[in-house]
Design a protein around this ligand. Sequence first.
Ligand SMILES: Nc1ncnc2c1ncn2[C@@H]1O[C@H](COP(=O)(O)OP(=O)(O)O)[C@@H](O)[C@H]1O
Ligand SMILES: Cc1ncc(COP(=O)(O)O)c(C=O)c1O
Length: 356
Amino acid sequence: MPSFKGGGSKTTVSINIPQFDASFTGTGDLFAALMLAYITRTNHNVKESLERTIATIQSVLERTAQSFPNKVYFQFYYWGIFVSQVLGFEVDAINTVQFSNHSGYGHLKGKVITEQDFDELIEGLKMNDLMDYTHVLTGYCRSPQLLSKIGELVKELKKANPTLMYVCDPVMGDNGRMYVPEEVLPIYANELLSVADVICPNQFEAELLTKIPIKDKASLLKTINVLHDRGIKTVVISSSELGPEKHLLGVASTVVGGSKTTVSINIPQFDASFTGTGDLFAALMLAYITRTNHNVKESLERTIATIQSVLERTAQSFPNKDPSALTCKEKELKLIQSKSDIENPVVKIEAQPFSL
Ligand SMILES: Nc1ncnc2c1ncn2[C@@H]1O[C@H](COP(=O)(O)OP(=O)(O)O)[C@@H](O)[C@H]1O
Ligand SMILES: Cc1ncc(COP(=O)(O)O)c(C=O)c1O
């Protein structure tokens, strides 16, 4: 029964809540977060806030019996989670790091998940019989030992569900510089690639994995073929410097039933560097590769359309500032504001067959 005392006058309201014949976990959290939102929006109108909060929780509980077909195990930071959820994936996320902020800022405080933390979480999932994943997505990870364990976990999950899709974003660096310890490279190259169904390195990461310098389209294609030869069905280069002026080039390639499809897309380049776009890219590709059953053309087009609209909205939130002059805080990706673009991206740039 919420009560509000403002300006000396008190308003107290109550509501009858139809009771479900079951007990649920998480509804208290939901209640508090919804009340926070509605008390803010209505400036402490407790009647409206209570009504909307209860209406929301009632509809969530009514819908709780309908489950999503896909359940993703996420080993990641936060950007991809929202995107996957908006696109209809049930997500169990492990934050590989619990940091005060992302690494684009000048200072970084917090903790990296340890192997022991990881083991405990997996133990709990197993004890409760919750390992029924359809997808695994891994990203930023600084520990070679932990990565190795993830490889073992994927093998185990694939034994239980042979159709499970493992999407590996081998986050190691960008523009010629590694930002994780060098020891993770052999683990990606020797242990994770062999269990990956989809891999989405950027140009530098693809070079590290194959030891092929990418100087032109021929060496890019060679790199993709080497990755396919290691048994990876779908290889996606999230960005390379081989695009036309002021454009990046993204490439996606898939081998289905012995026949290969390779497409590329020109990505208009913003005059700024953003953090989180790689995470976003991997989560979007996972969603669209699943929805389209490895149609790389459609998947790449929708992924790029979504990221472009997020970056446009991010850059436009300070219209009087040159994008290159934006501070780290100003460049935080405007994901929540882009929810409808994430749900329904408008494809403006078509991917083309990749040819030399
Ligand atoms: N400056 C930029 N301008 C336009 N698009 C960008 C820019 N930076 C990143 N992106 C988008 O984000 C995607 C992933 O970025 P990329 O740099 O390849 O990943 P990572 O962050 O893993 O290095 C790219 O495919 C591109 O769509
Ligand atoms: C803490 C932190 N900082 C930075 C990044 C890099 O993000 P991206 O490569 O997506 O730009 C990540 C990636 O997950 C991260 O976890």
